[in-house]
Design a protein around this ligand. Structure first.
Ligand SMILES: C[S@@+](CC[C@H](N)C(=O)[O-])C[C@H]1O[C@@H](n2cnc3c(N)ncnc32)[C@H](O)[C@@H]1O
Length: 348
């Protein structure tokens, strides 16, 4: 058996040996692809920055390759969240070797709350430097994208791991998704994900891991992405409003943005309300969504909020709702149609 020596850890079987020792076959339904190359693993952990004496939460540790690398860098404590109980024996082996520096949570990261996981004295003010708390994970692609959106919502509300300040994250994504996350205005990859994440975080695509580095090899290469929450988001509005406006606008990515803006409003009033919205926002309606910058999205979201403040029922309108649900908006359509232009003018 190969042997690895960690700073605090006694000699342990290599990850390859752990996988065969515990007869762990990678489950396709959990998209399990394991990293064995310690140089790549160490590089991921190094991307997280200085973690010495800090708290680290690792999501999806699997057989524990990244966990070992984290432990070698002497954090105060590592908390791992793993969904697949078959990894418990290998993680327990590691927890024992860490001599009390590691906790194992068997559960789903999507429903795990982090408000009380870290000690209060690790809290930092939001406008100060980030706390010495780090979220790290090589998760399956079908989890990392919904997870990052969920975490953006938590950042916007300063809850969960962001009760403690601007907690940083280091996560892996399918390379194409990593490129979308950092995509600048007008680039081919610019999409809803780029705008949503860049609104709340400074994002860096640190490096790419070839698919061949994983066991079993996935179809795609993998991007390692670092997120640091911004002190002030560009669009400082509730997550739901930003998410809805950005989603509707990008629902017609190749068309002019007016097309998506119209879908924010019930059918009978959509043309006039969309016009009002882009006029208040001073945005050219004949701009494609991926050519709008964050400032323009900010003005559009603020204009939408202003219109909804006038009639909050609009906030609930969803153009993709069922026919029956949409019928409920008939009253709203009629009420708002009877609004005279003078009233609408107040918003300008
Ligand atoms: C791509 S593997 C990576 C394993 C290990 N970290 C590595 O780099 O070799 C993803 C891991 O995340 C776990 N996982 C998948 N979905 C999860 C979820 N919702 N919550 C927690 N862990 C999850 C899988 O069981 C698996 O161990």
């Amino acid at each position: 058996m190969g042997v690895e020596v960690a700073v605090r850890l006694p000699p342990l079987p290599s990850i390859r040996d752990i996988i065969s020792l515990y007869k762990i076959n990678a489950l396709r339904k959990l998209s399990q692809n394991f990293l064995l190359d310690t140089r790549i693993i160490d590089r991921i952990v190094k991307t997280a920055g200085r973690i010495e004496d800090g708290y680290v939460c690792e999501v999806g540790p699997g057989p524990g390759g990244i966990t070992r690398s984290i432990l070698k860098r002497n954090p105060r404590r590592v908390i791992v969240i793993e969904k697949d109980k078959r990894f418990l024996p290998s993680l327990e082996l590691l927890a024992d070797a860490s001599q009390g520096h590691m906790d194992i949570i068997l559960g789903d990261v999507m429903s795990y709350k982090m408000d009380k996981v870290f000690p209060d004295d690790y809290c930092k003010p939001w406008d100060g430097p980030p706390p010495n708390i780090h979220l790290i994970g090589n998760l399956p692609f079908n989890v990392s994208t919904p997870l990052i959106i969920k975490w953006m919502k938590s950042i916007s509300e300063k809850n969960s791991a962001w009760t403690y300040g601007r907690t940083k994250m280091t996560l892996t994504f399918q390379k194409e998704v990593a490129e979308r996350l950092v995509a600048p205005i007008s680039s081919d990859q610019r999409c809803r994900l780029s705008v949503m994440c860049q609104n709340w975080c400074k994002i860096t695509h640190k490096f790419t891991i070839p698919g061949t580095a994983f066991l079993p090899k996935p179809e795609v290469d993998v991007g390692v992405v670092h997120f640091e929450p911004l002190v002030q988001p560009i669009i400082n509005l509730p997550f739901e409003i930003v998410e809805k406006v950005v989603r509707c606008i990008f629902s017609f990515r190749q068309k002019y943005c007016v097309r998506g803006i119209e879908t924010l409003f019930p059918k009978k009033i959509r043309v006039s309300f969309a016009k009002e919205m882009y006029e208040i926002a001073e945005v050219n309606p004949q701009t494609q969504p991926f050519r709008l910058n964050l400032e323009e999205f900010r003005r559009l979201c603020e204009a939408y909020k202003l219109i909804c403040d006038r009639d909050p029922r609009l906030l609930k309108y969803n153009h993709r709702a069922s026919k029956m649900e949409l019928e409920e908006f008939e009253d709203l359509n009629n009420d708002l149609l009877s609004c005279n232009n003078e009233e609408l003018g107040v918003l300008k």
